[in-house]
Design a protein around this ligand. Structure first.
Ligand SMILES: *Cc1c(COP(=O)(O)O)cnc(C)c1O
Length: 408
């Protein structure tokens, strides 16, 4: 496509005019993606360092995932759960095997999977723990991000996520992130679950104290509280392990939760697929009719997700995330910048926090665009860096050079 600035402007104006204004995107219009790279309507090429909030961990249009999509589109796409389909079983078996869990419940968006986990925990609390009906409590962490439904924003600590959307869903208690003693103090006989992100992504790649998640699992088990780890963004290789909680597992003290919530990269950015995977003790509370979704577990999404998991494991993307994450970390440590307050990194997931005196992170992201790096600020001060897990030395060095030139 010929570079045509007036076409780009028309597209942006059209989206502005006809779309509700619930996003403030950076001013590039993307029209093609391949692997770790994306192209805009002006023909410019960028290293994608957002990867759709880590939904595209496998890289854009991964050939095996696209092939699975095409093959399945020629067979059958949707049956609803009123009938069985031949693709859901293989997908769920693969998912449970990879996550070492007993059962899975497929949904579509991440927020739906979080809602599903909360419903499971509340029902388990009533039926198995004996918490009186309508009195179960769920503990969550401050600065959390779990999605945008009314129940989920009910326990958000971001003012804007809640502003004007009340009345809210009761039954949630907020504690500081990474604070085991606060969790201990918040647990009551009515507590059914603790919901937490192992690393807080939207909050700016906030990593809890070492061993925290292992301690959480132990404390919750002692108190019969269901642990729910939301790994929608941190899971599936982003941090250099399959799941971020594994960083906190120790011999004889696993940090594996009762329920793991997955989405985003579960389908490699090709089709919305999410799931709750976990123990039969908790997910087993659902009976036919209790909960559902028309598209959840559909054959097209199942085929795509099975291929996305296959690509991630077979092509050793998790290992590559650890290796290239090390290279990125070494390079970032060498940056001497007057603007950087702190760098937090796990695998190929980095948060570069800008000093308040240097202004917000967004202008730095705009300058990165000029250098061929597409990254998005989060929580005003943080540049989030999350390239595809397929990057090699060349891409990481390209990224480091761009960061160096913009930040020093
Ligand atoms: C993106 C995200 C969600 C919500 O997923 P959607 O598919 O946007 O509904 C929930 N939790 C975390 C940690 C996320 O990053």
């Amino acid at each position: 496509m010929e570079a045509d600035p007036s076409r780009t402007k028309r597209i942006i104006d059209q989206a502005e005019k006809w779309g509700a204004h619930n996003y403030h995107p950076l001013p590039i219009v993307l029209e093609r993606g391949e692997g770790a790279w994306v192209w805009d309507t002006e023909g410019r090429k960028y290293l994608d360092c957002l990867c759709a909030y880590s939904a595209v961990n496998q890289g854009h249009r991964h050939p095996k995932i696209i092939q699975a999509l095409k093959d399945q589109a020629d067979r059958i796409t949707l049956t609803s759960r009123a009938f069985q389909n031949d693709r859901m079983g293989p997908f769920l078996e693969k998912l449970c095997t990879i996550s070492e869990m007993e059962m899975a419940l497929p949904m579509n968006s991440g927020a739906e999977a979080v809602e599903t986990a909360l419903k499971a925990a509340r029902k388990w609390g009533h039926q198995k723990k004996g918490v009186p009906e309508n009195e179960g409590e769920v503990i969550v962490a401050a600065e959390n991000f779990h999605g945008r439904t009314i129940s989920i924003v009910s326990f958000s600590t971001e003012t804007q996520y809640r502003d004007g959307f009340g009345p809210f869903t009761p039954g949630f208690r907020v504690i500081p992130f990474g604070d085991l003693e606060a969790l201990r103090a918040a647990i009551t006989p009515k507590t059914v679950a603790f919901l937490v992100e192992p690393i807080q992504g939207e909050a700016g790649i906030i990593i809890p104290p070492e061993g925290f998640l292992g301690d959480v699992v132990k404390l919750c088990r002692e108190n019969r509280v269901v642990t729910i780890f939301d790994e929608i963004q941190s899971g599936l290789g982003r941090t250099g392990k399959r799941f971020a909680y594994e960083h906190d597992s120790r011999p004889g003290k696993s940090a594996k939760p009762d329920l793991l919530v997955l989405g985003k990269a579960l389908s490699g950015g090709v089709y919305p697929v999410s799931a709750v995977v976990g123990s039969a003790e908790v997910l087993g509370v659902f009976r036919p009719g209790d909960h559902g979704s028309t598209y959840g577990g559909n054959p097209l999404g199942s085929a795509v997700a099975e291929a996305a998991l296959g690509a991630l494991i077979d092509e050793r993307m998790v290992e590559n995330s650890a290796t290239q994450g090390e290279r990125l970390a070494r390079g970032l440590r060498k940056l001497t910048s007057p603007h950087i307050r702190e760098i937090r990194i796990r695998g190929l997931w980095a948060g570069i926090e800008i000093r308040p005196e240097s202004g917000p992170a967004r202008p730095f992201c705009l300058k990165l665009l000029e250098r061929g790096v597409a990254a998005k600020d989060t929580r005003t001060q943080v540049i989030r860096i999350a390239p595809a897990l397929t990057v090699g030395d060349t891409e990481v060095d390209f990224l480091l050079e761009a960061l160096g030139s913009v930040l020093t």
